[in-house]
Design a protein around this ligand. Structure first.
Ligand SMILES: C[S@@+](CC[C@H](N)C(=O)[O-])C[C@H]1O[C@@H](n2cnc3c(N)ncnc32)[C@H](O)[C@@H]1O
Ligand code: SF4
Length: 478
């Protein structure tokens, strides 16, 4: 419960309700903001990578949650329509193995630039993603891991090492080599278990291939996550539930169930918008999947992640948010890799992204420069908002930890917002936490937008006044 609010705050609460009433039926551009601010405001072109990583090392600054690593692969098989019809991630179309043979040495050379900067770090999780990280041949995986080990020799004993890929590109041989190289978890981008919908997104992938790849993972004792998306054209709760149930019956223990993000110049945005379910219908899909996953014994980890717990399980998953504010750091390595170093209260840190055009990534490394395209230097409020957004991805925020991390009372800082969420039964407030509940969980992206709106306006105004161009990835998901 929040203490009684005064008349001025009541007016603000009314304003928040009006905002939510208007926006809740609209599609949000960013489905879940992993951090703050969105990438379109990352306008700094000269990110002092060496300087702040050196300062970080010298301060012996380590977050309790440790350092996670994201290792990117740029390439994806060609599809028609392009980019699977809906994808907003930066990728390059795969034309042959020669591309990977060119890319790997560049990845290695980028790694060499960090020599000495991460020596004292222990890696808590690695995610080989992309793009499509299972385009490599079987013999490439030990090489990939050796490149990583050269820069990061220390992995935590229980580090979760995930490799993401397309179902039809997993073979038993590849999976064996991945496992032998140290990968202990596969994340399979199925997106849907419906061959007609697959055709709509141009992906030459069948349900049979998804089920086969899951079976191999189980045979080889490799943990397996399946990425699914809901909110497809013509999708109904009944159809979605039937397909989801077919997947759950395979015995997988981790499912990621994203809401389809439609934007940019994707085929879906340009040609299929009119066929998409409304936001209200998406809410129905979300509720139906929640109910089904719970019935199958899954526990919700984040707004979009579900896991069937093992009695012994503790996982340091890349997808799982940091429950402690300011709790961990992410180093993104390779093409379009995203790094997040929140820094400290006295020295707020950076979010930055490597080049999203491959020739620019290569050219920067050839010049001996860090291949960084753009970044954002936090002010205190941005650090706080970023921590809050991450935490809300896990559906709750710990008030005591927020106070300890930032010296600010979370309830006081956004009191009209919490009050409005309470009145809608979208949040629950206790002495120690604020938790999103009911439909509030589905509306997390909208709630994040609301929480960050004042600061976003301020940042946009300051950017306009600097007359900087808007970043080309402005419509990309976070
Ligand atoms: C960067 S993609 C790479 C995975 C792999 N290439 C694939 O397509 O399966 C990572 C995940 O993001 C999700 N994703 C991609 N585009 C999306 C969109 N427009 N809306 C929602 N989720 C999306 C998918 O679930 C996908 O598995
Ligand atoms: S959805 Fe996956 S395979 Fe398709 S273009 Fe995006 S990253 Fe590549």
């Amino acid at each position: 419960m929040t203490p009684a609010i005064n008349p001025a705050e009541r007016a603000q609460v009314k304003h928040v309700h009006a905002f939510l009433d208007k926006q809740m039926h609209e599609r949000q551009v960013n489905k879940v903001l992993h951090g703050f601010p969105s990438v379109r405001l990352w306008q700094e072109r000269n990110v002092p990578v060496k300087q702040f990583l050196t300062e970080r090392r010298d301060r012996r600054e380590r977050k309790a949650g440790g350092l996670s690593l994201y290792v990117a692969s740029p390439f994806c098989p060609k599809t028609d329509p392009e980019r699977c019809g809906y994808c907003l991630f930066p990728i390059e179309v795969f034309t042959g193995m020669g591309q990977l043979e060119t890319y790997l040495p560049y990845l290695e050379r980028e790694g060499e630039m960090y020599t000495g900067l991460f020596d004292a770090d222990e890696i808590v999780s690695i995610y080989f993603g992309g793009g499509t990280a299972n385009l490599y041949k079987a013999e490439h995986y030990p090489r990939l891991m050796a490149i990583v080990r050269k820069v990061f020799p220390n992995f935590r004993a229980d580090a979760v090492i995930t490799l993401e890929g397309l179902p039809q590109l997993f073979t038993k041989d590849k999976l064996l080599r991945m496992k032998a190289s140290g990968v202990n978890r596969i994340s399979m981008g199925a997106q849907q278990l419906n061959d007609d919908l697959n055709k709509l997104s141009g992906r030459p992938q069948t349900v049979k291939q998804v089920l086969q790849a899951i079976e191999w993972c189980h045979e080889l004792d490799l943990e397996c996550n399946v990425d699914l998306i809901f909110g497809w054209p013509r999708q109904t709760p009944e159809r979605m539930s039937r397909e989801l149930e077919q997947l759950l019956k395979t015995g997988i223990r981790h499912v990621t169930h994203y809401e389809l993000n439609v934007g940019g110049k994707s085929d879906f945005a340009l040609n299929h918008r009119h066929e998409l379910p409304s936001e209200d219908e998406n809410l129905e899909l979300y509720r139906a999947s929640t109910e089904l996953l719970e019935r199958y014994g899954f526990r919700q980890l984040t707004v979009y992640d579900w896991e069937k717990p093992l009695p012994s399980a503790t996982t340091a998953l890349y997808e799982e948010c940091t429950r402690d504010f300011d709790g961990n750091e992410m180093f993104g390595w390779g093409f379009a890799g995203v790094s997040e170093f929140p820094g400290t209260g006295a020295a707020p840190g950076w979010n930055y992204m490597n080049h999203t055009v491959l020739r620019n990534y290569y050219a920067a490394i050839d010049r001996g420069e860090f291949p960084v395209e753009c970044g954002f230097h936090f002010a205190s409020e941005d650090r706080r908002l970023s921590g809050l957004f991450r935490s809300l991805q896990g559906m709750e925020a710990d008030r005591n930890k927020y106070l300890a991390a930032y010296g600010v009372d979370l309830l006081e800082e956004y009191r009209p917002v919490w009050q409005a969420l309470l009145e809608r039964e979208w949040a629950m407030i206790t002495d120690d936490r604020i938790r999103l509940i009911g439909n509030g969980v589905f509306y997390t992206p909208l709630i994040q937008t609301l929480l960050g709106s004042r600061r976003m306006e301020e940042l946009k105004r300051s950017l306009i006044s600097k007359t900087l161009p808007i970043h080309p990835l402005q419509s990309a998901p976070q």
